[in-house]
Write a protein that binds this ligand. Structure first.
Ligand SMILES: [Zn+2]
Ligand SMILES: [Zn+2]
Length: 371
């Protein structure tokens, strides 16, 4: 099979790899139908994620069809159509019992990190029973794909941690794919004002389509003054930081009003300052975390009820074997006006038969070889 392999900073290649095999009774093998590139993949490509070592197949967001199952898998069967979330969970450890799947003692973010990932024709998925989600019949597969990471991240780490509520004035700092997903998810809770700050006019236009009531291009550094003017000097009820840089972290602290809630989604590569000497008088709450993906079932219901359309985040389509080209587009997202790129695996046999047939043929040949 073919897969996208990380070979060290700045180096990726679409190349031949051996078929993944079942290694644990709880594993399944999935024939990938659709996958996408995440900002985290770009961080990996820059060498910024130390746990990803050269030779690793990357990618952690995909949908596909189960091609083989381990002997302990009971809730899924060959042919099932599934979402593969970025987080794997055993469902039994202390963290899982608290719903903290990202801190699972046996799982967490492994796929495309410490084990081979999903930007491939096939992938091995550990802890399948407690990690995978079945895609309801008839659902747009590309909508389901957006639930593998970014929509749950915006909802769980941004909107829910910040407790966005009816009538709130919220500010989302950063309108990349996760920022836009956060804006969509925030609308479930009916904030009165959704202020969005970014440096890219195309992304701000998209933010307005998804529910932003005011967008601010902070090229001139005037966002603080504009937000304070909009809120009559009070500041916002909720500030969600989605970039992970010191300047936006500072802006979130500057604009947060009395009783405000700050949520942090952005991933920082260096330490930032937190001005407790100023913030303590405002009775604010600061929360942060990693996505647990435990909102996927509810988000599937919201798609089915036509109350969420994550396909609005998709701007580009490529065949899976064009993935190196797709990375070039995603790396130049501002120039290319790219938000989410969908890669479709149409290079092999029909999805529901290919994996199973190949798997059966391989198992038969292995058995014959032993005779
Ligand atoms: Zn991701
Ligand atoms: Zn666990």
């Amino acid at each position: 099979m073919k897969a996208l392999v990380y070979h060290g900073p700045g180096q990726i290649a679409w190349e031949e790899k051996s078929m993944p095999t079942l290694q644990d009774p709880g594993d399944v093998i999935v024939r990938i139908n659709k996958t996408t590139i995440c900002g985290t993949d770009l961080a990996i490509l820059k060498g910024g994620v130390a746990t990803v070592t050269p030779g690793r197949i990357i990618g952690h967001e995909a949908t596909g069809v189960i091609a083989a199952i381990g002997t302990a898998v009971s809730d899924f069967k060959v042919g099932d159509h599934v979402i593969i979330p970025c987080t794997s969970s055993c469902g039994r450890c202390d963290s899982c019992r608290k719903g903290l799947f990202s801190s699972c003692e046996r799982g967490g973010w492994q796929i495309g990190n410490t084990i081979d990932g999903l930007q491939a024709e096939y992938a091995r998925i550990p802890l399948a029973d407690s990690s995978l989600h079945r895609i309801p019949a008839g659902m747009n597969e590309e909508a389901a794909l957006m639930l593998a990471d970014i929509i749950p991240t915006g909802l769980e780490v941004g909107v829910m941690k910040a407790e966005v509520g009816l009538g709130d004035t919220i500010a989302v700092l950063g309108a990349g794919p996760v920022g836009l997903a956060t804006i969509m998810a925030a609308q479930f809770f009916s904030p009165a004002e959704t202020i969005v700050v970014d440096l890219d006019d195309h992304r701000l236009e998209k933010a307005r389509e998804l529910g932003a009531t005011t967008t601010i291009n902070n090229r001139d550094g005037q966002a603080y003054d504009q937000i304070m003017a909009l809120t009559h000097g009070r500041g916002v009820d909720v500030a969600i930081e989605v970039i992970g840089n010191p300047a936006t972290c500072q802006l979130a602290q500057d604009i947060i009003g009395p009783g405000g809630r700050m949520a942090n989604i952005g991933i920082y590569s260096k330490s930032v300052e937190l001005h407790k000497e100023i913030l303590w008088t405002r009775n604010i709450t600061i929360r942060m975390g990693v996505v647990n993906t435990n909102t996927i079932p509810v988000l599937l219901r919201m798609i089915q009820a036509c109350k969420l359309d994550p396909t609005k985040l998709i701007t580009h389509h490529f065949r899976l074997d064009q993935i190196v080209q797709a990375y070039e587009v995603f790396k130049n997202a501002a120039r290319e006006q790219a938000i989410k790129i969908v890669l479709t695996n149409d290079s092999t046999d029909p999805p529901d038969a290919a994996g199973e047939d190949q798997m059966i043929r391989r198992i038969v040949s292995q058995v014959l070889a032993r005779l």
